[in-house]
Ligand binder design. Structure first.
Ligand SMILES: *Cc1c(COP(=O)(O)O)cnc(C)c1O
Ligand SMILES: [Zn+2]
Length: 425
């Protein structure tokens, strides 16, 4: 056992051309196969022989839960880890929805129970830890909210400054969240302008990025994405060291989709599971679906519109997403605002959970694929619940009736209950 190693990373590898590199930041993707309209991701490679001597189900079940429980499979020396309680989220069984959709089991991996109430905390915990390891002083990101809130929180905890480029139209709650953790937050309307200015700051001031900032996009910080692998590890452990049949993930630049997929591949490689799930991306407009269904090897920009699923509203996706759908023999699905509004209410009433609209895309995807019988009734499905409904309560409240103010009389109370809620006592 080589216990003195700081990490088990042996280098980086391009998902597309297979070129290998020394472990250092390649936040603009693989320099070897990059063209005007194509960029591929580089991902850390690990010494699996050494890791398999340490990691097995028995050892893992004894460790304290959380992202850093899996430190051997993360690309950062754990002495730099920045943690505020990320990971170890519950897998919640949605029995009523399973029954309704004639499905063996549907689970929600409830990532809204992370420190800043979204799954981004796994990515950012690892990305900001790496920032500390590399001696960065300022951390920066371009974000519609969750990425920014998380970056600000972890930077604060690590004692680093953070600067966030957001959009003017993101909900107030999101802006407040980013600000409360001490970030300097500015809004820029156009996503291309945001990325350009962010890149200038990175080049000029040596700031450390946690998100994408180039076009065509490559995705987030390649260290951070490794944090998403822990979602897969936790699901496998919860299911008694087995893998589900399907993972359904709300998708923008596909950091989540590809990180979770590589988590499953890690545990297969370590001999902990023998079967891999199929990966499903769900998007409001579908740049990833467009490329995948057409069988393209690069992403195209597509038309988009406004959506309540603003956290996943992208007009172009990434190679890592395409690679994941192809490798896992997955499926790409679309969702609509009307479905998300309905599912938000249904989930509240049947399961006691309140999720952000973007987050509900995964459940909408499960329903569509079940209706088309792509997902079979005897299969096990895990939908990732990426974030909390409290990020945008204004949208939700638009679809709820006003709360009636009543006189304290039993007669009137009964009448109102019947009239407003259809409840008779
Ligand atoms: C960031 C985000 C996603 C997915 O983003 P990817 O870029 O595909 O990883 C999904 N849901 C919510 C709520 C998000 O904030
Ligand atoms: Zn390459």
């Amino acid at each position: 056992m080589e216990k003195d190693k700081s990490t088990y990373v042996t280098g980086l590898e391009c998902l597309n051309c297979g070129s290998t590199f020394k472990d250092k930041p390649y936040f603009k993707g693989c320099p070897k196969c990059r063209t005007e309209d194509f960029v591929s991701n580089v991902v850390p490679k690990y010494d699996f022989d050494a890791i398999s001597e340490i990691i097995n189900p028995k050892i893992l079940s004894k460790r304290k839960g959380g992202v850093w429980k899996f430190q051997e499979l993360l690309p950062v020396d754990s002495k730099y880890s920045v943690s505020i309680g990320e990971g170890n989220t519950p897998l919640i069984s949605c029995d009523k929805l399973s029954k309704r959709w004639d499905l063996e089991s549907l689970y929600l991996k409830d990532e809204s129970q992370n420190p800043t109430w979204s799954f981004k905390d796994r990515l950012i915990s690892v990305a900001v830890s790496k920032a500390r390891e590399l001696g960065a002083r300022v951390v920066t990101t371009a974000s519609t909210g969750n990425h920014g809130a998380s970056t600000a929180a972890y930077a604060a905890n690590a004692g680093l400054n953070s600067v966030i480029f957001t959009l003017p139209e993101v909900p107030k709650t999101m802006k407040t969240l980013m600000q409360i953790y001490g970030a300097s937050v500015v809004a820029i309307p156009n996503f291309k302008d945001r990325w350009n200015l962010m890149e200038e700051c990175i080049n000029e001031f040596d700031w450390y990025p946690t998100s994408n900032y180039i076009l065509p996009p490559v995705g987030s910080n390649h260290y951070g994405i490794e944090g998403y692998k822990t979602i897969a590890y936790e699901i496998i452990e919860f299911l008694n060291w087995r893998s589900p049949d399907w993972i359904v993930q709300p998708t923008a630049l596909a950091d989540g989709l590809s990180g979770i997929w590589r988590g499953f591949k890690d545990f297969k490689r370590l001999g902990i599971i023998d079967k891999l799930p199929k990966m499903v991306s769900v998007e409001p407009f579908g740049p990833l679906k467009n490329a995948f269904d057409k069988g393209l090897d690069h992403l195209e920009q597509i038309e988009t519109d406004d959506t309540i699923a603003f956290s996943i509203n992208e007009n172009i996706s990434t190679y890592q997403g395409l690679h994941t759908l192809n490798e896992s023999e997955g499926v790409a699905v679309l969702c609509e605002d009307s479905e998300l509004i309905e599912i938000q209410k249904t989930l509240g009433k049947t399961t006691g959970m309140y999720s952000e609209a973007a987050s509900l895309a995964s459940i909408a995807g499960v329903r569509s694929l079940r209706e088309e019988d792509v997902i079979k009734s005897d299969e096990t499905v895990v939908a990732i619940n990426t974030s909390s409904g409290l990020k945008d309560p204004e949208m939700t409240s638009k679809h709820q009736p006003d709360v009636p103010t009543i006189k304290p009389s039993l007669k009137e109370f009964k009448k109102i209950l019947e009239m407003n809620y259809g409840v008779s006592i």
